[in-house]
Every structure is written in structure tokens, then in C-alpha cells.
Ligand binder design. Sequence first.
Ligand code: OAD
Length: 251
Amino acid sequence: MKEGIEGAARLLGAARRAAALTGAGVSAESGVPTFRGEGGLWRRYRAEDLATPGAYARDPELVWEWYRHRRRLVAACEPNAAHLALARLERLLPSFTLITQNVDGLHARAGSRDPVELHGNLFRARCESDGETRTADGSEGDGIPRCRAGHPMRPDVVWFGEMLPEEALRRAHDAAVAADLFLVVGTSALVHPAATLPVLAQQSGARLVEINPEETGLSGYADISLRGKAAEILPALVELAFPEAREGGEG
Ligand code: OAD
């Protein structure tokens, strides 16, 4: 593990074009539930009832209720040391693209400037008729929100069976292909196409570093696997890679 983190820090310190893919595990220590592990959302709820176009067509009120419940849950959470370390990396590296599968908005709240949100954002609604989007400001009531033209709006998240937003996928793909170092943090790497990105990056010449307390389907491909919690490993890794940099002093 020691060589592991030191080796990873050397790669990070030398990286010119790095990228990271994050999943629910990066927010676990903020108190946001993951999907598949112990206490995971898909252990308690059926995705087919809540997170598919069919579920929304059958019962939009129920689906909105579920997303409002998740909004309230996340609104009560704070970004953790892993989110903050990733926001720091953006300022320390010549080029760094943060790609996330999370819809909780915690990367932006931690200071990441323009994370690529592959699966949308819990706090945004979208009109399927005219494309209007609206970000929640906390003043929303119950029921189904409507766009300015009066059409019902849906949560602006990607449901099972749906395509990913084109622009986000293009940015993620470009960053993966260009990367010399690719970090994979807190994802089971089971959901595609997100899980394809680390493999694509590696095939295009990037070194792959995984941070996860558990082994995943990607572990066999990773050049270095760091076993532990993101909020502990990431700050230590950034500190080792950039010992000279002080918080606030890297411009
Ligand atoms: P999962 O719940 O599938 O996986 C979470 C991963 O985080 C697991 O590999 C855990 O071992 C790891 N983990 C747990 N605690 C951790 C910690 N403190 N530090 C680091 N890692 C930790 O979540 P995702 O991989 O994000 O899709 O799931 C991918 C997609 O499936 C989600 O974006 C969501 C879901 O259905 C949509 O909503 C479209």
C-alpha cells in the first residue's frame, strides 16, 4: 500500500493531462448513500419503479417524490475531503478533467469548476418538450414542476435505458483519450458507458489508478489499486504528489 500510494503520487506529480472518473463512493463519507453496496439505494428500492422512463410515464408524482427525497438528503450533506482534494487537483495540474457519475452536485460545491456530469444533476429539472432546464432554489413545492410554456418538467438525470447527455459524453471521451493519468474513484464500474472510460484511457496510453476500499471489475486493469476510503487516500495522495503546494497558494 505504501509503495502503491508513493507510486501513484509520482504519476500524479508528473501528469500533464489527467482525468478522474468518480462514483457514489466519493460522496459516501458525506453521508450520501451509494447504490449497490451495504445500505445502497438499489438494495432498498427497485430502480424499475423509480429510475426508468417507464416508471415516470406510469407515476410521475412518485418519481418526483423520490427525487425530492434525495434532494433533501443531499442538501443536508457537505462535500468531504475527497471532493476538496479533487478540486485542488484542478488548480495544481496543467490540465485536469473531472468526470462524475454522481448527480449530487457535491464536486461543484467543493470548488470544482466545471465537472462533467455524465448522469445529470439531482437539482435540475428539464422539459422534454422544449428543453428548458431549471435549477432548484429550495422554493419548490410538491407536485410536478412546469416549464414557462406550461409543460411538465422531469428530473434532469439519466435513467436506466437512456442515452447519456451528448456534450458530457463527448467531453468525457475526449479527456479519456488525451489523458496520461486516469484516476477511478469510488465506483463499482458496472454501469456503461461510464465504466468504459478508464479502459479507453488506458488503451490510449494513460496509467490507471483506482481508489476504492473494495476490488472492482476494473481492479485487474489498474496499474495501481489503492484500497481505502477516498476521503482518506485522495488528500494524502495530493499532498505526496505536491508537497510544496499550500492550500490557497497555487493560484
Ligand atoms: P455503486 O453504488 O455501484 O458503487 C459504489 C462504489 O464505491 C463501490 O465500488 C464501493 O466499494 C465504493 N465505495 C464505498 N465507500 C467508499 C469510500 N468511502 N471511498 C471510496 N469508495 C467507496 O455506485 P456507482 O459506481 O457510482 O446511475 O454507480 C454507478 C451508477 O449506478 C450511478 O451513477 C447511478 C447508479 O444506478 C444513474 O443514476 C444513472
